[in-house]
Design a protein around this ligand. Structure first.
Ligand SMILES: NC(=O)C1=CN([C@@H]2O[C@H](COP(=O)(O)OP(=O)(O)OC[C@H]3O[C@@H](n4cnc5c(N)ncnc54)[C@H](OP(=O)(O)O)[C@@H]3O)[C@@H](O)[C@H]2O)C=CC1
Ligand SMILES: N[C@@H](CC=O)C(=O)O
Ligand code: NA
Length: 376
């Protein structure tokens, strides 16, 4: 019997999503050991902003104790470039799991992929920044137009967290359907905020306090202003539009409504912003009262219209009987209108934020790469 094929995973970013990913990786390894012993999936490196640990000679690091070891490690932090160099010298295929929200790191995906290292990530930055970076990533990727010796790239959790949004859109397109419109609620944070601050039937908490709660629950971006300014939703729509065939240049090349009060635009940090936000609760209360007068509620939505090539992000009023008004918790709802589905859209709905559900999309992407690189 030949020895098992070694596949190496390296994890960068161990916050809410990264920690949940490590737990799921442990499950996946145990399951592979039982069901597919021809694969030896190893965790060989873990990195955060200030620290890194790498295993000796690409042996496996214990997923249960690795974070403790990382915290107590005094090793000097190598540059990210040196780390990628080290990974590309592994005696087998390597999968880099980017659980950060770092654009600088994401900008290196094309060169990482060209060195044969695959990338799986919930980080939206690389796929929603300038269109050239998007093209460079998919030109390099083995599942784009790159050679099969290059790495594969998957990023399901960049839209709708673990919900199968990108895979469904790609399958619609790959099977010859034509997408005409995509619309819905694309932010777990915004969904949670409006569902709890302005629930159907009245009542609800104070807006500023609900934002703090969304952060505590792990729904917001590392800096919650990135959610409140609409940019997080704009990034997701940029990714969807590009997959659907619109070469959107960037998430700032279409109208995006921000919920950041003018007076807080100069805040120096996310923490200062969160602390001062309750001073502006009155503005959101007025919005709620105005909608209630019409028997409606307000929700934060986005849409892509393929015929007019228009993308929009912002607040909209809904009748209380509308499915968007009835969402719960951090739920996203994504409606795909296509030629094949006619006037009844294909709808994907469920939790759109949180460590576990986001990590699920990342772990499932890792398994896609494992299957692709597995030698028969
Ligand atoms: N939370 C959610 O519900 C969802 C999140 N995502 C995306 O997942 C990603 C992670 O989110 P989340 O876990 O909530 O964020 P956190 O802020 O909890 O964690 C971010 C992690 O990344 C590390 N990090 C940041 N920059 C670097 C860097 N340059 N090099 C190495 N490590 C770095 C941080 O390390 P340190 O602490 O040392 O700074 C931290 O460990 C983001 O891109 C987010 O947009 C996507 C869908 C849903
Ligand atoms: N901050 C984002 C996290 C997932 O993408 C959100 O709230 O949707
Ligand atoms: Na998804």
């Amino acid at each position: 019997m030949s020895p098992p094929q070694q596949i190496f995973a390296a994890v960068v970013g161990v916050g809410g999503v990264g920690k949940a990913f490590l737990a799921q990786l442990d499950f996946v390894r145990q399951r592979l050991a039982k069901q597919n012993p021809a694969i030896d999936l190893r965790l060989v490196l873990v990195r955060r902003s200030t620290k890194q640990i790498a295993s000796k000679e690409f042996s496996h690091l214990d997923t249960n104790t690795v974070l403790k070891s990382l915290e107590s490690s005094n090793e000097a932090l190598p540059s990210f470039e040196d780390t990628v160099q080290h990974l590309s010298s592994a005696p087998g295929r390597v999968i880099l799991v980017d659980n950060t929200s770092d654009l600088k790191l994401a900008s290196t995906y094309p060169s990482i992929l060209a060195r044969g290292v695959s990338v799986v990530t919930p980080n939206k930055k690389g796929f929603s920044d300038n269109y050239k970076l998007w093209n460079d990533i998919f030109t390099a990727a083995a599942n784009g137009s790159g050679p099969s010796t290059n790495g594969y790239v998957f990023h399901e959790s960049t839209v709708g967290a673990g919900l199968p949004v990108l895979s469904s859109l790609r399958e619609l397109i790959d099977t010859g359907d034509e997408v005409t419109r995509i619309e819905g609620v694309f932010s777990g944070t915004m969904s949670f905020l409006f569902n709890s601050f302005m629930p159907v039937g009245g009542g609800g908490g104070a807006f500023g306090a609900e934002v703090a709660k969304a952060k505590e629950l792990g729904y917001t971006e590392p800096d919650p202003r990135d959610d409140l300014n609409g940019l997080d939703v704009a990034r997701k729509l940029t990714i969807l539009a590009r997959i659907a065939g619109l070469p959107v240049e960037s998430p700032t090349s279409f109208p995006v409504e921000s919920l950041i009060p003018k007076e807080l635009e100069s805040c120096q940090s996310g923490d200062e912003f969160l602390q001062r936000l309750p001073e502006f609760d009155g503005q959101m209360d007025s919005l709620k009262a105005a909608a209630a007068k019409e028997g409606k509620v307000v929700r934060f939505v986005g849409s892509i219209d393929m015929a007019t090539k228009s993308v929009k992000v912002g607040l909209q009023k809904f009748d209380v009987s509308h499915p968007i008004a009835a969402l719960k918790g951090s739920d996203n709802i994504i409606n795909f209108y296509t030629k094949r589905y006619g006037s009844n859209p294909l709808i994907i709905q469920g939790a759109g934020a949180g460590g576990d559900v986001t990590a699920m999309g990342v772990t499932a992407d890792l398994l896609k790469v494992v299957r692709l690189v597995q030698k028969n």
